[in-house]
Design a protein around this ligand. Structure first.
Ligand SMILES: [Zn+2]
Length: 112
């Protein structure tokens, strides 16, 4: 028995992520096509780390979200997109890179 056959089934190497980056990616994936705001991304990771509750925002959430979003973007896993918020403002959110997952819950709401 050799390793050669087994290696045929090797998955392409995944970018190496820290635990925080992996959690941030999960948050972005779960946000789907709607995306997640930088503050929310940082808050979700802070809550996961036990720094504060999941509904709280601290003064470091935005920088944490920015840092994690940029790190994931550099690895080709996340990208920023513009979304129209309620009230007409444009917000920038993080989503998974490339093709977005199908929007199931709000079908037809996002016009692009
Ligand atoms: Zn925070």
């Amino acid at each position: 028995m050799t390793n050669a056959a087994w290696q045929l089934f090797d998955v392409p190497t995944q970018p190496k992520l820290t635990d925080r980056q992996e959690h941030a990616l999960t948050v972005i994936q779960q946000a789907g096509a709607a995306g997640v705001h930088t503050d929310e991304l940082g808050a979700a990771v802070h809550a996961w780390q036990g720094r504060h509750g999941s509904d709280d925002i601290c003064e470091f959430c935005a920088s944490a979200g920015q840092e994690l979003g940029r790190a994931l973007r550099a690895k080709g896993l996340a990208q920023q997109r513009r979304r129209k918020a309620v009230g007409g403002d444009t917000v920038t959110v993080w989503t998974v890179a490339g093709r977005l997952p199908r929007e199931r819950d709000h079908e037809g709401v996002i016009p692009f």
